[in-house]
Design a protein around this ligand. Structure first.
Ligand code: AMP
Ligand code: ZN
Length: 461
């Protein structure tokens, strides 16, 4: 069954297919701005995109998917953070990039095949040359201060993705009475947007040499995705994704930049997932109503329960986050672990859990897939089928081996011993496994072996 996914441009469910003759599906997902820990709202978007990546691999084969996700490591927020802390920009963004990677790994998100950074000299060059291309073609102009702007009126297709004409009224009324934007004087038209921002004193030492004729400065945010996706995936990509807030202006601007420079359609399919809310409001750094993964694991929840809770709502509907949803997720995971342990190892011929996978393939219906999974598991008729169950777990990215919540308090040296013993047992080195068990017991921990994993229990009650 092919994967069908809502396309924000045509507003229809459309089949996902690679368009390139090499059969590789080209997938670009806008990544994080690395100036603080990503919150679990951000991770809702990244986890949903991870399910998409996994489904694409199941559909086309692991070597027939190329997934790119960028890191925005220069913008107003990253520069402000570095300035406030009196640290070099690169040091601050490295710290939060490492943290982002650690959280992604804990949430069992597959790493993208390429993760370009905006300040990487290679991609700085790509951005500059794309801006030069737009200036040469008459789609961009240099302002008095040496910044470069995209001329929105030069691209007749502008607004097709976000139906910006319908939005203009709302935007106009939202702006009424507010002071004009800081760069209003520089632009020929209010809707034009920055491709290159001339250096300002607030930028400190953070400046790069710009497009021909422009001042030293830094790229505008939108250009990085256009330049990186072209450099890594080519002029036309198969799928471009992000959270709904990126639809306008970010993705609208990406389309304008890419299509004007390349003269080719940019993305064949657009997908936007909805926000995670807290008390009815978008979880966001600016509202301060956020949870990070660390805050939730400190409360004793496992990262896998966080992943489960983020997938429990339909990705195209807003989801209200509650701690109760994490309690429910922990017990759902415990049932799935128990069910997995009861399944026959070698798969029976029939694909018992296919309906759960079919839900994922039908517009990424994650709650539908979880529902189908439990319905089939509870039926207890027909031949149980581990291979089919594991395929759905792979698609959802639910790692049932990850320790359950109660185990998150296990000291790292104890979990390292346990891992070593589990590996020794798998390698049938029973003498080593027994010796390691004795070490664990002496340290006050019992290791309870299951079929597909183990549990650690403290002996000091
Ligand atoms: P940022 O680091 O702000 O560039 O955001 C990274 C990603 O997280 C983008 O795709 C955003 O659309 C997404 N995002 C931001 N806030 C939320 C939220 N509350 N729920 C879901 N996704 C979000
Ligand atoms: Zn982007």
């Amino acid at each position: 069954m092919p994967i069908r996914l809502h396309d924000s441009l045509t507003r229809q469910l459309r089949e996902l297919r690679p368009s390139h003759p090499d059969g590789v599906f080209r997938f670009y997902n806008c990544g994080p701005t690395v100036y603080a820990a990503a919150h679990i709202g951000n991770f809702r978007t990244f986890v949903v995109n991870d399910v998409l990546r996994r489904l694409l691999e199941l559909e086309f084969g692991p070597d027939k998917v190329k997934h790119v996700r960028n890191l925005t490591d220069v913008d107003d927020k990253t520069i402000k953070r570095a300035r406030d802390e009196g640290r070099p920009l690169a040091e601050v963004t490295k710290q939060w990039t490492d943290k982002f990677h650690a959280d992604c790994a804990a949430l069992n998100c597959l790493p993208p095949h390429a993760e370009p950074r905006a300040t990487d000299p290679r991609y700085m060059r790509e951005q500059v040359s794309m801006i030069e291309c737009l200036m040469e073609k008459g789609n961009a102009y240099r302002a008095a201060d040496g910044s470069v702007y995209f001329k929105v009126s030069s691209f007749p297709g502008y607004g097709a993705l976000s139906r910006v004409k319908e939005r203009e009224l709302q935007i106009g009324s939202a702006l009424a009475g507010k002071p004009p934007a800081a760069d209003a004087d520089e632009k020929e038209d209010g809707s034009d947007f920055a491709l290159w921002k001339a250096w300002k004193p607030d930028d400190g030492t953070n400046k790069w040499s710009g497009p021909r004729g422009a001042a030293e400065g830094r790229p505008g945010w939108h250009i990085e995705c256009s330049a990186m996706s072209k450099a890594l995936l080519g002029e036309t990509i198969d799928l471009h994704t992000g959270g709904v807030d990126l639809l306008f202006p970010h993705h609208e601007n990406e389309i304008a930049q890419s299509e004007c420079c390349n003269g080719q359609p940019f993305a064949r399919h657009w997908y936007h997932s909805e926000h995670l809310l807290v008390d009815g409001k978008k979880m966001s750094k600016s509202l301060g109503n956020l949870y990070t993964l660390d805050e939730l694991t400190a409360k004793g929840f496992s990262p896998m329960a966080v992943r489960y809770a983020l997938l429990a709502g339909h990705p195209r509907k807003q989801l209200n986050f509650t701690l109760d949803s994490l309690h429910a997720a922990e017990s759902a995971l415990a049932s799935l672990r128990a069910h997995r342990a009861s399944l026959a190892a070698a798969g029976a011929a029939h694909d018992a859990f296919a309906p759960a996978l079919a839900s994922l393939q039908d517009d990424l219906n994650t709650p539908g897939a979880l529902g189908a999974l439990f319905t089939i598991a509870n039926r207890k008729e027909g031949e149980p089928d581990a291979a089919s169950f594991d395929r759905v777990m792979f698609g959802l990215g639910l790692d049932l081996h990850q320790p359950a919540a109660s185990q998150t308090a296990v000291p790292t040296e104890i979990s390292a011993l346990a891992e070593k013993r589990w590996a020794a047992k798998a390698a049938k080195d029973f003498a080593a496994a027994d010796a390691l068990r004795k070490e664990l017991t002496a340290a006050g921990w019992a290791m309870l072996d299951g079929k597909d994993g183990y549990k650690l229990e403290s002996l000091k009650k």
